[in-house]
Each structure stands twice: as C-alpha cells, then as structure tokens.
Design a protein around this ligand. Structure first.
Ligand code: FES
Length: 148
C-alpha cells in the first residue's frame, strides 16, 4: 500500500517566512514537498475562514508562519495574528478540528533551515495523524451549497 502523502497548506508572510522558504531553496536544503505556500503581505491578514476553506478543499494540515515578534514589517500584524490564533484555537474543539493539524510558527528571512525543519516536522506529524477525511466529508455538503 502506498504511504499517505499529506497535503499541507502554508499561509506565510511575504517579508519573513516566504523569504526564509526562498532561502531554503537557494541554499539547496531539501525538505518534504508536501507544502503548498500561499503568500500574504503579513500574517495579520490571516482570516481563520481561510484555514477552514483549506481543510474543506482537501488540506490535511496547515502552517501559519510570519515574522518573529517585533519584526513585523507592519509593526504589529503578527501580534494580531497571534491574538486571532488564541481565539480560534479555543473554538477548534467546537468545530471538531484536531489542533495538531494546525501549526503556528515564526520563521525569519534568515532561517531557511528552520523552514525546512518546520515543514519536515509538520509533514511527519500529519502523516502520523492520517488523511483528514472526517473534515473533508463534513464540509462537503456546505461546499456544494456554496459552489453548486
Ligand atoms: Fe511578516 Fe507582518 S510582515 S508577520
């Protein structure tokens, strides 16, 4: 039987984590190819509906990553993201989402190796948890209503 390959969606900020991921590539550091990156100007732009949508559309795991505290290019966007994450995290049980499927992290533009480690660890964790079919099935009727 083929090994399950998780689909991981990474919401990253342009200025730190995206540049860090780019550095990973230019440094020729190998990491799991399971991640699909969505670049935001800043993690302050994260809306947790994006996470629910990603799960509904087939993601098995999520990474949200941006600049370290006090390094945000928009001063406090990452603090807003962190506050939203604290609120959202408390709702995950109610929504039936396993908190282990979402990773919140800080990766700077100089941390290419950290990005590779983050992706590798997240991929290994999600591989252990298996496909997120329960959420995909639950959300399917809603998807059909919205998108016909
Ligand atoms: Fe990177 Fe705000 S610009 S988190």
């Amino acid at each position: 039987m083929d090994e399950f390959e998780p689909k991981i969606v990474a919401f990253v900020c342009n200025w730190c984590t995206y540049a860090g991921a780019d550095l990973t590539g230019t440094s020729r550091i190998k990491y799991a190819p399971n991640v699909r990156i969505i670049r935001f100007p800043c993690t302050g732009r994260i809306d947790f509906m994006f996470i629910l949508k990603a799960f509904a559309r087939g993601a098995d795991g999520i990474i949200v990553s941006g600049c370290h505290p006090n390094d945000c290019h928009y001063t406090s966007g990452n603090f807003h993201a962190r506050r939203r994450w604290i609120v959202f995290r408390s709702l995950l049980d109610f929504l039936g989402i396993d908190v282990r499927r979402i990773t919140f992290s800080w990766v700077s533009a100089a941390e290419g190796a950290k990005w590779a480690d983050l992706v590798n660890q997240t991929t290994a964790e999600i591989r252990k948890l298996g496909p997120y079919t329960s959420y995909h099935k639950i959300s399917k009727p809603e998807e059909e209503v919205i998108y016909g």
